[in-house]
Design a protein around this ligand. Structure first.
Ligand SMILES: Cc1cc2nc3c(=O)[nH]c(=O)nc-3n(C[C@H](O)[C@H](O)[C@H](O)COP(=O)(O)OP(=O)(O)OC[C@H]3O[C@@H](n4cnc5c(N)ncnc54)[C@H](O)[C@@H]3O)c2cc1C
Length: 667
């Protein structure tokens, strides 16, 4: 281990994937019946992979900590999924999707992987439609598209504001077919606590039954980690409450390199934090930026009056509003990429123009869209003399049809009607681009151990464009892993079942039990949440939307000290051999306290700004991210060496042969 071989196939970009598929090893259908695969995680990436493996004939065991695969975090995805179908005839192509994604990621992703992603994106839509996923359709019955940030075409397929839910139901139905056939054994309410290596290959996992507390051994010929992202290390985020890094991190501890841990996406349109009592933040989908206009007052006095409740946003005249994204980025306007929109909101709020009590909110306003849609509706329905009130009503109906569930969610949380008054939004942690390092086959640095979906680092570089995570997770699961995993498994057709009564399983189980016992026998002074919140504050303040060397050095020290305190003083009530949600949380927070430190180290090491990684020392006079392509055009891949401070950095240099690396501009 130690040398990063990304195994990118030779040949022209557009032919690499086909050539690779033609050349890699296959397992014949009869032999697949003798091979077992473990899939940890049954969100979109794991669910689609598991269903596809089983359809091919492999024996699959799936694991998730929820009570059903249907409850994976993927279900929360709202806005949509990209594909280069060019249904709108607006100039889209595989190359353009590839180009937008590489540029969107600020030239910190691997060309060959991203091109493959674009190439299979159309297949994903066909696959999902044939499963019955109810994508939105236009009046003529054809699949509809909308636009997301960072692009100049409409390529986002959607199912109202519930795209993830509908896609997950499709993947879950495909899984269920295989569960019914006995090809998938589904372990719900099970948490993977460790990876087991035999002769250097991933051959199983140690899992805890979260209902009984029992520790179990499971073996297979290969293990796929599809356990999602680690944004919850910030405590407050748009992730589901249970999302955690345990499976990926414990795989890292067993030898898989962890790539770009500091690349995090802060999403610009979330409901602002309202106070210390909160444990969760809510996203308002990016799709809303298709129609919502983002603004703050032009004058500080107006902003102050709004904060003090003396002025309403609807009372502010058009000329007194600063549509700062439209002003700064006329070409992309409100649809600039998320990192750009987030920093611009922070800049305005830091300058004193914030519009809620905390001063950390900007407006997302639908008034213009309501009137525009209303006028169009009036015309198309022959209402020539409709007055403003009537037009507004018609417009609200159109907006409701497009985004109704999001508006309802906003009203329930904020108790304000977003049809009548602009929404208030602020950036929040939303996605982690970092993850387990994988090669072109999605194999980690541990042979036989693969990573898919948000758990790997693969395709998004330093910033993820909207609607690209669902695309990547489903590409990995439906169209990449089913081919590439065979290349490794072809050597296992005569191996036979992997026994679980080996020394390796004994040792891994003992390590897991020791860790649980340590947690249960700490002094019991502070709750797990106490530590999680403290970690979150350090992360947000020093490793969040903007970072500097001094703050990062402080964060490294503070996280290490917090971790020490945690292991001595955490309080985990209840018993280990029983249902115990505090113990589950404790294990997850223990891992967050390790990855947090590596995250800060990675951010400190990267002396440049790129995408979501904004180092205050490296910016243009206009406040834009200043990349250093000469010194930092690489993927950082960290090797576990014990304490996070001892981790060893490896670099995978990124080579761009098919795209010109330019300053990223959205003006
Ligand atoms: C609010 C919200 C809206 C979003 N909207 C969009 C969108 O419109 N378009 C888009 O492209 N992306 C969107 N995203 C991002 C996208 O939803 C996620 O990146 C994606 O769904 C992740 O899928 P996944 O399969 O990799 O992981 P997940 O869906 O997070 O699934 C993880 C799985 O791993 C299991 N697991 C985790 N740890 C363990 C363990 N130790 N043992 C056993 N099982 C484990 C979990 O039980 C779960 O089954 C959104 C994200 C959020 C938060």
């Amino acid at each position: 281990m130690g040398i990063l071989d990304s195994k990118i196939p030779s040949g022209p970009l557009a032919e690499k994937w086909t050539k690779h598929k033609n050349e890699i090893n296959l397992v014949n259908p009869a032999n697949k019946r003798n091979i077992d695969i473990i899939v940890v995680g049954t969100g979109l990436a794991g669910g689609s992979a598991a269903a596809s493996f089983a359809e091919l004939g492999y024996n699959v065991k799936t694991f998730c900590y929820q009570d059903s695969p249907r409850r994976a975090h993927s279900i929360a995805a709202q806005g949509g999924i990209n594909a280069s179908k060019n249904y709108q005839g607006d100039g889209d192509s595989d190359y353009r999707l590839f180009y937008d994604t590489v540029k969107g990621g600020d030239y910190r992703s691997r060309e060959a992987n991203v091109y493959r992603l674009a190439e299979v994106s159309g297949n994903i839509i066909d696959q999902c439609v044939s499963q019955g996923v109810p994508f939105a359709r236009d009046y003529g019955g054809l699949l509809d598209n909308r636009s997301f940030g960072g692009v100049l075409v409409s390529r986002t397929f959607y199912a109202k504001g519930q795209t993830g839910q509908q896609l997950l139901l499709g993947a879950y139905a495909a899984m269920n077919r295989q569960i019914h056939r006995g090809k998938i054994k589904s372990y719900t309410r099970h948490e993977m606590l460790d990876l087991v290596l035999v002769d250097g290959k991933a051959r199983g996992i140690i899992a805890r039954d979260l209902v009984t507390g029992e520790i179990e051994r499971h073996s297979a010929h290969a293990v796929v980690i599809a356990s999602g992202g680690y944004g919850n290390l910030f405590f407050l985020s748009t992730y589901c409450m249970g999302a955690n890094v345990m499976a990926a991190w414990r795989t890292h501890r067993r030898g898989a390199f962890f790539a770009n841990p500091c690349f995090t996406q802060i999403h610009p349109t979330c409901i602002p934090v309202s106070g210390d009592h909160q444990s969760k933040l809510t996203l308002m989908s990016e799709s809303l930026r298709n129609d919502g206009r983002i603004w703050v007052p032009k004058n500080l006095d107006d902003a102050k009056a709004i904060r003090e409740g003396k002025l309403k946003p609807t009372q502010l005249k058009e000329e007194d509003r600063d549509y700062y994204l439209e002003r700064r980025y006329p070409a992309f306007g409100n649809l600039v990429p998320r990192d750009v929109a987030s920093r611009a909101a922070k800049e305005r709020c830091d300058a004193g123009y914030g519009v809620n009590k905390t001063g950390e909110a900007v407006y997302l306003d639908f008034d213009a869209a309501i009137m525009r849609y209303g006028s169009e509706k009036a015309l198309t329905t022959g209402l020539k003399d409709a007055d403003d009130a009537h037009i507004r009503k018609l417009g609200e109906e159109v907006v409701e049809a497009k985004y109704g569930n999001l508006f309802q969610m906003y009203e329930k949380i904020v108790d304000e009607n977003p049809y009548k008054t602009p929404m208030m939004i602020y950036p929040a942690v939303h996605y982690t681009m970092g993850g387990l390092w994988v090669d072109y086959n999605l194999q980690t640095t541990i042979p036989g151990c693969y990573a898919a979906g948000e758990a790997n680092f693969s395709d998004h570089g330093a910033n993820r464009l909207g609607a690209s995570a669902l695309m990547q997770g489903l590409a990995d699961g439906y169209f990449v892993l089913p081919y590439t995993i065979g290349d490794f498994l072809a050597d296992d057709i005569r191996t036979g079942p992997i026994p679980t009564d080996s020394e390796e399983f004994d040792k891994a189980e003992k390590d897991v039990l020791d860790k649980i016992n340590r947690l249960m026998s700490a002094k019991g002074v502070n709750s797990v949440d106490y530590y999680h919140k403290k970690l979150g504050k350090i992360m947000w303040n020093k490793c969040g939307m903007s970072r500097n060397a001094e703050g990062l050095k402080e964060a490294i020290k503070e996280i290490a000290a917090l971790r020490k305190d945690f292991w001595e003083n955490v309080k985990v009530p209840g018993a280990a051999n029983d249902k115990n949600q505090e113990l589950e949380k404790a294990g997850r927070v223990a891992d967050f306290l390790e990855i947090g430190e590596l995250f800060a180290m990675d951010a400190l090491e990267r002396n440049e700004s790129c995408g979501g990684h904004f180092r205050e020392e490296y910016q243009t006079p206009e406040g834009e991210a200043l990349r250093d392509d000469k010194n930092f055009k690489f993927v950082s891949a960290w090797e576990y060496k014990g304490e996070p401070k001892d981790a060893k950095l490896h670099k995978e240099n990124l080579i761009y042969e098919n795209i010109e690396v330019k300053t990223r501009s959205y003006k």
